[in-house]
Design a protein around this ligand. Structure first.
Ligand SMILES: Cc1cc2nc3c(=O)[nH]c(=O)nc-3n(C[C@H](O)[C@H](O)[C@H](O)COP(=O)(O)OP(=O)(O)OC[C@H]3O[C@@H](n4cnc5c(N)ncnc54)[C@H](O)[C@@H]3O)c2cc1C
Length: 402
């Protein structure tokens, strides 16, 4: 990948080229009226520390905000029809969703009521969420210990694992073939006009100053740092999330749903007698942007005991790999932050996706492209998630956050 942009002026500059930047760039090329130039600036094209590379790669429709259900429904449709969405390109693979579902477990009436309320919202949007009593859970999944469980909630339609890497790769490949330019560089400054109402240029680490019509912040957990370059505060911070892949001595006899234990520890089927598990420490502060150190105590003293209690067959397991990743955590209301800035009219946000950005990337990229090119949403209206709600202190709380 080149370091130096081919031009000094672009219609749209996207800061960050992981799944959100890639989706937005590709969907911009889908807007037939758009004839401009797009530059994606990515500081680390290996994506080693991008959230996009540290994930569970799953999608769900169990959200408490109706719009989030719709956003994931579009993801399911996009993934299942990827070749069609990509212009019937014969090179594009057919993908499926491994719909083992997300199993939310409640161990008290208060949380059971949240699951009941959420189910109503999800059903109204056309999701297939089912509530299950402890006995029903035990009959369907005999390996769980449900002694403390009051209620479970699961959806077995279009909810589970999908190959996000394939979608990410094809967005980048296709966008580049359509003329989007990617450079391996870092945006280190965002420069506004005198009135402070427009971004005029961005400065790259290598020194070039690039003029831009519009700028999109797609910088993941670094979103607040990028916004700060334009003098904007956003409530997004990196929060550390640990993942482990382990093999079970005695694998389960059926697919393990992505199970969200009441403790917050979650675990899912990974195929071949292996499982992927995630968790974080009880104290959950924002961390440094480059802090990816593992905390080995958490596995031994917190996560594994919880797993072995919930699924006694997981007493005998062997960790095969582990890593720490970052959520771009929106401390205001846990939902995405989109749309233009309220005063800097050509600065757009695509931020704050916590643990659900992969599945949101098709709808977010499409919506952002529509908004930046046409000035309006033409498919799904996502203005509910615009930045102005933060200025107006009107949170849209998402309760189903993992
Ligand atoms: C452990 C874990 C599990 C997850 N599981 C799921 C899941 O199952 N399903 C799901 O939907 N989501 C999941 N997510 C969330 C999902 O991974 C993220 O929401 C999504 O990847 C965010 O993509 P992004 O492009 O916004 O950010 P990132 O992937 O972090 O990319 C941001 C990019 O911006 C670049 N960048 C930053 N600053 C600059 C700059 N100044 N100049 C140039 N480049 C810059 C970075 O190098 C990086 O490549 C999970 C996340 C984690 C950590």
């Amino acid at each position: 990948m080149n370091q130096t942009p081919a031009h000094s002026t672009y219609d749209i500059v996207i800061i960050g080229g992981a799944i959100m930047g890639a989706s937005a760039a590709w969907f911009i090329t889908e807007q037939k009226e758009f004839k401009g130039r797009v530059l994606v600036v990515e500081k680390d094209p290996s994506y080693e520390n991008a959230s996009t590379m540290h994930t569970n790669s799953c999608m769900r429709q169990q959200f408490s905000t109706p719009l989030n259900v719709r956003i994931s429904q579009f993801a399911a449709d996009f993934v299942k029809n990827l070749p069609r969405y990509m212009g019937n390109d014969e090179r594009v693979p057919e993908l499926t969703i491994r719909s083992f579902g997300y199993m939310y477990l409640a161990d008290n009436e208060a949380f059971a009521n949240v699951l009941r309320d959420n189910q109503k919202i999800q059903l109204a949007e056309g999701a297939a969420t089912q509530l299950m009593t402890a006995d029903e859970i035990k009959r369907a999944y005999p390996f769980y210990n449900v002694d403390d469980i009051v209620l479970g909630s699961i959806n077995l339609v279009d909810e589970g694992f999908w190959d996000a890497t394939a979608v990410f790769d094809w967005w980048r490949k296709s966008a580049r073939e359509r003329g989007v330019e990617y450079v391996s560089n870092e945006v280190v400054a965002i420069n506004k006009n005198k009135a402070g109402t427009r971004v005029e240029t961005v400065t790259l680490k290598s020194g070039e100053v690039i003029s831009c019509g519009k700028v999109l912040n797609a910088s993941g957990p670094r979103a607040a740092r990028t916004s700060a370059m334009a003098g904007i505060d956003i409530p997004v911070e990196p929060r550390k999330r640990f993942s482990w892949i382990f093999a079970a001595e005695k694998p389960l006899d059926r697919d393990l749903p992505l199970t969200i234990d009441p403790s917050g520890v979650h675990v899912r089927e990974n195929g071949g007698g292996t499982y992927q598990c995630g968790g974080h420490s009880d104290i959950d502060p924002g961390v440094e942007f480059d802090d990816f150190a593992m905390d080995h105590e958490i596995w031994q003293n917190h996560v594994w005991p919880i797993l072995a209690t919930r699924i006694p067959q997981f007493e005998a397991i062997k960790v095969q790999s582990e890593w720490a990743g970052h959520y771009a955590y929106n401390t205001f209301d846990h939902n995405a932050i989109l749309g233009p800035h309220t005063e800097i009219e050509n600065f757009y946000f695509l931020n704050g996706f916590s643990g659900h950005g992969l599945q949101q990337s098709p709808a977010m990229g499409r919506g952002t492209a529509e908004l930046m090119v046409h000035g309006e949403y033409r498919s799904l209206d996502m203005s509910l998630f615009h930045f102005d709600r933060i200025v107006n202190n009107k949170p849209i709380i998402e309760k189903a956050v993992i």
